[in-house]
Design a protein around this ligand. Sequence first.
Ligand SMILES: C[S@@+](CC[C@H](N)C(=O)[O-])C[C@H]1O[C@@H](n2cnc3c(N)ncnc32)[C@H](O)[C@@H]1O
Length: 297
Amino acid sequence: MKQPQRQSVSRDGARVFLEPGDSSSHPPSDKRRTPVVKGIFPPATRAAIVVGKGGEVQWAGSLFPRRKRTADGPFAVFLAPEARAINQARQQHLGSLGLDLDRRKVLEVGAGIGLHTPFFLERGCDVVVTDGRPENVAEIQRRLPGVQTAVVDLEADRALDSLGRFDVVYCYGLLYHLANPERALARLAEVCTGLLLLETAVSPGNYDELLLVRDPDYANQAVSGVGCRPTRLWVLNRLRMLLGHAYIPLTQPANVDFPTDWRTPPIQTMYRSIFVGSRHPLGLATLGDTVPMTQDG
Ligand SMILES: C[S@@+](CC[C@H](N)C(=O)[O-])C[C@H]1O[C@@H](n2cnc3c(N)ncnc32)[C@H](O)[C@@H]1O
């Protein structure tokens, strides 16, 4: 059977085919051996498939890690060391861009359990923190009492007017968990009077393209079960269309998920990028208005 190859790396003399996925926010693998599945290649699943030397197809021990154990608690995926490391890199990077983020009215979407929110609270912002999962929002309320929260599912084709208008919309780690990211961006743009700060997993291609992928059933993945991998050009074009101005920083956060050389991207499961959409032109030396082929780390 001909296999739809995505990317391949060499591992123990076998070829490994990968589907891109969220390596950073999963718990580490427990190295369990998984059963052999002869000749079956489920489409659009996040798994590692190994083709042995004899040509037989096997599930590898997943490069995406095991399902969470009950003992991990429902929020372990947000608190894993890799998740904390990427959060720190992303916020350090955001703070370095020279954007005026003090005392703003902020809408945070796909906030998980609110681990990014203190970045804005520390800057005197008035933040409405939201997520598509009620249980995550309840955890945000427990962690950040006094902060306004709401359950907002961005797959629902529903206007966000009832939440108000916002100087800043903060959408980190969410877009690639949506099956209809264009509609979601339109909804966010409707309530955004200033900046739309976006971080997402992307496809490393150079065309205006959107790929759909299936998401596993974790507390930090797609509510709908389907996510996407837009190219950077796709995102830049949509932000420009919806807000008037769109930028990609000249630097990337200091984390392996954020490549700096897009001419020959490294073979890895996640490629992430940062975007800034704006209602007004931003004359910042930290931002470019085209898709960069190289960035500083
Ligand atoms: C990878 S986590 C990102 C958490 C945090 N923003 C970060 O970047 O670390 C993705 C979050 O998006 C939420 N989410 C998934 N599908 C959603 C949807 N349709 N609408 C709103 N939130 C959604 C998940 O519940 C999860 O909390």
